[in-house]
Unconditional design. Structure first.
Length: 25
């Protein structure tokens, strides 16, 4: 479960970074 949680957070973080990047552009 720990590994799965890490992967889940990594995906969420990537999406957040992409959203923030598009907003800044």
């Amino acid at each position: 479960m720990g590994g799965l949680s890490i992967w889940h957070w990594l995906i969420v973080l990537l999406i957040v970074v992409m959203v923030f990047g598009t907003k800044k552009l």
